[in-house]
Design a protein around this ligand. Structure first.
Ligand SMILES: *Cc1c(COP(=O)(O)O)cnc(C)c1O
Length: 234
């Protein structure tokens, strides 16, 4: 059994290696610990012993008890990275600092309305794009991404679009995975240029493909099993 520390070292080396290869600075790449299925104790250990402070959860209901029990004196930021149903939008806005899975006008409208009701100034969001073409994946289709981005920026004053998120294709084939990531980066560049705004976050890369994602420009890698060990379920 490898320890948390050993797995962390391996991930950090992988990040450094990919960054070096791409001529990028590791300071421009943020490591998120994906903590679905992990207990509060496990996450606290990762936080205190590794200094990790950014965590991603997939399910609102699973995350709330962990976020609510988190000790106030330990810095932590929580992002929602899984699909958000409209009826959970209020809870999500109350507990997460960023929603990475915004993928429809209907959800944007709901988030916008609830932000108003809650008196929230703004919430940071990423738009999830389905770059793999896999039907089982959530996310806006690439050809609809620009239109949704425009809608968010023009019609939803309480939503602050910070960038894009994608989940790479299941296949382990390098060329296919990298094409998916480079497509996300190109979309982000188009949106930034056409809407004349900063799109600082490119959230792509998981345990099995984060090095390719970094080579393709990722600024935020979402790592679960490579950090915490294999999961019992997804
Ligand atoms: C589970 C999950 C991850 C992390 O997956 P690993 O393969 O364990 O690194 C990253 N992003 C999303 C959206 C996830 O659902």
């Amino acid at each position: 059994m490898r320890t948390l520390h050993e797995r962390y070292e391996t991930v950090c080396k992988g990040i450094a290696f990919a960054a070096e290869k791409a001529g990028r600075s590791i300071a421009d790449i943020t490591l998120m610990g994906v903590t679905k299925t992990r207990s509060l104790e496990e996450i606290l250990r990762a936080s205190t012993s590794l200094g990790l402070s950014l965590f991603g959860e997939n399910r609102v209901q699973e995350a709330i008890p962990k976020i609510s029990s988190w000790p106030g004196n330990i810095p932590a930021e929580w992002h929602l990275i899984g699909h958000l149903q409209k009826n959970k939008a209020r809870k999500a806005l109350l507990h997460f600092s960023m929603i990475q899975s915004l993928d429809s006008r209907a959800l944007a409208d709901t988030l916008e309305r609830i932000c108003c009701e809650l008196g929230k100034e703004q919430v940071s969001v990423l738009m999830e794009v389905n770059t793999s073409g896999e039907a089982t994946k959530y996310g806006v289709q690439p050809e609809d991404a620009f239109s949704l981005a425009s809608y968010i920026c023009e019609k939803c004053e309480h939503l602050s679009l910070k960038g894009l998120m994608t989940i790479g294709p299941l296949t382990g084939e390098e060329r296919i995975v990298r094409t998916s990531f480079s497509q996300l980066r190109e979309l982000s560049d188009v949106i930034a240029r056409e809407l004349d705004r900063e799109m600082p976050v490119l959230s792509m890369g998981m345990s099995h493909d984060f090095q390719w994602a970094i080579e393709e420009g990722s600024t935020l890698v979402r790592i679960g099993s490579a950090l915490f060990g294999p999961r019992e379920y997804n």
